[in-house]
Design a protein around this ligand. Structure first.
Ligand code: UDP
Length: 141
């Protein structure tokens, strides 16, 4: 297995719930290292650009509204198989369908306010990491 990096976002609902630390502990205790991190309040333009792949979907406007409703905590996670590992820790998109003990099962309330984002492929991870962090602001060791 390769060491990978993935882009993770703790969304406005989870930031408002004051569970950034609890979610970070899940990453750290499962072999994912936080190698870049910042809090940011996205502009509408930034949220639309980040989720551009979904722009034709019926939920796009609600998704953008939600993502700009408060600050988010954005991080790069590094580790063996980091992309899939983070997706497993997150759980299914709909928290009602998320496996017990996953971040979404424990902290999310609905399919739109679902606590976390995680890149879903190496290609997406590269684009999403570059969207938020210039290479010089990622600290691998
Ligand atoms: N989403 C939504 N309604 C839906 C499907 C998705 O609001 O019916 C939102 C949800 O916040 C989700 C995001 O759009 O996290 C991106 O959807 P995707 O299918 O990529 O899910 P993810 O990769 O986040 O699990």
């Amino acid at each position: 297995m390769a060491v990978e990096r993935t882009l993770s976002i703790i969304k406005p609902d989870a930031v408002a719930k004051n569970v950034i630390g609890q979610i970070y502990t899940r990453f750290e205790s499962n072999g994912l290292k936080i190698v870049a991190s910042k809090m940011k309040w996205l502009s509408r333009q930034e949220a639309e650009a980040f989720y551009a792949v979904h722009k034709e979907r019926p939920f796009f406007k609600d998704l953008v509204d939600f993502m700009v409703s408060g600050p988010v905590q954005v991080q790069v996670l590094e580790g063996e198989n980091a992309i899939m590992k983070n997706r497993e820790l997150m759980g299914a998109t709909d928290p009602k369908k998320a496996a017990k003990g996953t971040i979404r099962a424990d902290f999310a309330q609905s399919i739109d306010a679902n606590a976390v984002h995680g890149s879903d492929s190496p290609e997406t991870a590269a684009v999403e990491i570059a969207f938020f962090f210039p290479q010089m602001n990622v600290y691998s060791r």
